[in-house]
Structure formats: structure tokens, C-alpha cells
Design a protein. Structure first.
Length: 419
């Protein structure tokens, strides 16, 4: 693929916009395109336009950082890989849906002009989702769901109907919430976000285009005066060389900060305690599901609350000592009091996951359900459900686990809507 960057003139230009070019890469990879960012910076539908050297590299880095995070979470995107050039990435060839989807957490900017009486800073919960038809000549008018539906769009054989509108709306919320959590790790507020969708050659609906510093508002420490995004450029009364240098610094900083969004190891861990080695297969199923949900730190131990009580209590203190966010999942059949014993002697969350089989299940499960007061542990039936319950606890401190849960929920919704 290195030859692509040096022979860009030999590639077929498929499309060109104000800030990027799309080239055909099907000779290298089936249904692939090369997306190349430009140093152009525009505002007010290109009524204001400047060239900022190096802006394309920063913008591309930010887009790749964001798509790598979304890809790790399991969100369907057109992104394939970074490069080969510093201002390029490879993507699936999509027919673009000509709608901009905007998610807002905080009321500001054009929303206030269109909705007089709403105070700046009003917090939307749930998110405010808006759609705009891509039409530069008419300043991208706002559209309703009904306008999208009655347009009867068809892209790569897929009709943009009710299910597609619902799925795009759901994905817009998910992408925003994942990036919102990621920005919180950098002490920044994601105020709003604009994304687009495309339909692949196979008819799959995916997040497409770019997600760079022109796509959002980001306020460090929630302070609008410190804004790092393109709004800085829009707000300039006069564009000067010094202002453009400051803007370039902001774009470089955003590229650097988003580079920290993707971490390789989860911030918390799951400790699976088995009452006996006979529970090993059940524990392995929990571990595999936990890994799919982004939990990379999983430990398994065998310890009986009845036979080795002292050792069980000592085991608990080891995991209380290092202050790493931890969830215990306790597996024990018959008199499955392992979880309650652990919970009664620990401040960490505990999930009972008794491996209930057809024999004696109705009798055994009561050891996990009917407990003395002051214990505070939950009981979950099923290995996958136990892992998911643990992930929801750890997801409060880990935006990748949080994102994987959202993506899994989206798959549940998509399977129903697409049916």
C-alpha cells in the first residue's frame, strides 16, 4: 500500500469536497477508497476559506483516532485502516446518505437562533438529535424524519425507510455517547457532534465520512472560552496569520488528545471465584464473554466459602488492597453461599452466578436469593448475563467497555428493526 501515497496522481478521483478528496482503491482492495484530507479550512458554506498548512494531517489523525475507538467498541463504520499517507485513510466505498445527523448535549450556536427562549448552556437529556439535508445552495436546511422518509432515498439497493432512520438516529446517539465519555477522560465536554452515514456495496448501513475537529464542539473543563474546535475559526472577526497559528495549535492538540482515547487494557478487572474446579467450564464462558465486552483483566480462583473460609477472606483482602476497580463473580452450586460470604466481607460489588442445572436448581438458587440483611449482592442466572452485569459496573470507569455495551445493545435493536 505504500505505493498509493507516492502515485496519488494515478488514482481515479471519485469525489471532491471542500476539505477532502475520495480516490478509487478497488485495484488494491475490493470496494475500497482512499480518503485524503486537504489543508483547506472553510466556514459559512465556504464563504470564508483559508489554507492552513498541516491542518490535513491533524484532521486525519483525529478522524483515525475516533474511528479506531468506534471500531474497538464494535460500532459499524466504513473505516478500514490508517494511511498510507499522513493525511489519508482507507475506507469501504459507500453511497453517502445526504443527511447530516447532529447530536447535542448542550444548547449553543445555531440551535439558540432557531429556538429563541432556550438559554445557552441548557443540557439535553436525552440528547437532542437533529437532521439537515446536505444542500449548500440552501444552507443545509433542517429536515424532519418525515421529509427523509418521503424522499424515498435508495443507495446501493437499500431503501432509506423507517428502520434505517431509526438505526441512524440510534447510532448517532451511540457515537456521541462513546466520544463524550472519551472526552471526559481528558477533562473536556463534548457539546455537540455531526456525523454522516453511508451504505456499502453489500447494503450495510455504516457511520462514514470523517469525524475530525470540524465535526464537533469541544470545551475544556466545560468552558466555552477555551474551545478547541472549528468554532474558533467561525468566531474570528478577522482572520489573521496569528489566529490561524493558534487554530493550528488547537487542531494539533485535539489530534494528540484523541490519540489517548484507545487503551489496550481495561481500567478494571473481574475476579471469578469458583467453589470447586468443577465450575471451570462455566467460569471460562464468563471470561470469554467478558473479553468480548472489553474486560481484559480477568482472574480465576478456586475457594470454598464453607471448606476454606479463612482463605476466602484472605483472598478478598488482596483485591481490596490495590484500589483497582474490581467486580467479584462467585460461582458455586449446591449451597451457593460463596457470593453472600464474599459480599458480607467486602466493599467491592459481588455478583452471584450459580451454575443452575436441571437437578436441584430450584432448591439451590435460594442460597443466593434469600440472604441475611446487610449483604448487598446480586444474583444473575447465566454466564453471559453475569459477564454483562460486571461490564455494566466497570463501564462507569471505562469508556471502551461502555461503548461495547452500547454497540451490543444496538445489534439487538438492529436485528429486530431489520427483520
Amino acid at each position: 500500500m505504500e505505493q498509493v501515497a507516492t502515485k496519488i496522481s494515478e488514482l481515479k478521483l471519485l469525489a471532491e469536497g471542500k476539505t477532502k478528496q475520495i480516490f478509487d482503491l478497488s485495484h488494491e482492495q475490493q470496494h475500497a477508497v482512499l480518503v485524503r484530507s486537504k489543508d483547506s479550512l472553510t466556514a459559512f458554506n465556504a464563504k470564508r476559506r483559508d489554507e492552513v498548512e498541516g491542518k490535513s494531517t491533524s484532521a486525519n489523525r483525529t478522524t483515525c483516532n475516533n474511528f479506531n475507538l468506534l471500531k474497538a467498541c464494535g460500532v459499524p463504520t466504513h473505516f478500514v485502516r490508517e494511511g498510507p499517507g499522513e493525511n489519508e485513510f482507507v475506507a469501504e466505498n459507500c453511497a453517502m446518505v445526504p443527511i447530516e445527523w447532529v447530536a447535542r448535549r448542550v444548547a449553543t450556536g445555531s440551535f439558540l437562533k432557531r429556538n429563541p427562549g432556550v438559554p445557552e448552556g441548557y443540557v439535553f437529556a436525552p440528547l437532542k438529535i437533529e437532521t439537515f439535508f446536505k444542500d449548500d445552495a440552501n444552507d443545509d436546511p433542517q429536515w424532519s424524519d418525515e421529509q427523509i422518509l418521503t424522499k424515498n432515498f435508495v443507495f446501493n439497493g437499500r431503501n432509506i425507510g423507517y428502520a434505517e432512520v431509526r438505526l441512524m438516529k440510534r447510532l448517532t446517539e451511540i457515537v456521541f455517547r462513546i466520544l463524550e465519555r472519551a472526552w471526559q477522560t481528558a477533562s473536556c465536554t463534548l457539546v455537540d457532534l455531526k456525523i454522516e452515514f453511508g451504505v456499502t456495496k453489500s447494503g450495510a448501513l455504516k457511520v462514514a465520512d470523517v469525524i475530525d475537529n470540524d465535526s464537533w464542539r469541544v470545551w475544556p473543563n466545560g468552558d466555552k472560552r477555551l474551545q478547541l474546535d472549528k468554532q474558533f475559526y467561525r468566531d474570528l472577526s478577522q482572520v489573521t496569520d496569528d489566529a490561524l497559528k493558534e487554530l493550528k495549535k488547537n487542531y494539533d492538540k485535539v489530534a494528540e488528545l484523541t490519540g489517548n482515547f484507545l487503551h489496550k487494557e481495561s481500567f478494571g478487572r473481574v475476579v471469578i471465584i469458583m467453589g470447586s474446579k468443577a465450575d471451570g467450564e462455566f467460569a471460562a464462558t464468563i471470561q470469554n464473554k467478558a473479553a468480548k465486552l472489553g474486560i481484559t483483566r480477568v482472574e480465576k480462583h478456586v475457594c470454598s466459602a464453607h471448606k476454606t473460609t479463612a482463605e476466602a477472606l484472605e483472598l478478598i483482602t488482596r483485591f481490596e488492597a490495590d484500589n483497582l476497580p474490581t467486580v467479584f463473580i462467585c460461582i458455586a452450586g449446591r449451597s451457593n453461599g460463596l457470593g453472600p460470604v464474599v459480599a458480607a466481607n467486602s466493599t467491592l460489588p459481588v455478583i452471584n452466578a450459580p451454575p443452575c442445572g436441571p437437578d436441584w436448581a430450584a432448591q439451590d438458587v435460594w442460597s443466593s436469593l434469600r440472604m441475611p440483611s446487610g449483604i448487598g449482592c446480586a444474583t444473575v442466572l447465566g454466564a453471559d448475563e453475569a459477564a454483562l452485569a460486571a461490564a455494566k459496573i466497570l463501564g462507569s470507569n471505562d469508556h471502551i467497555i461502555f461503548g461495547k455495551i452500547l454497540a451490543a445493545q444496538y445489534e439487538n435493536v438492529a436485528s429486530v428493526l431489520e427483520a
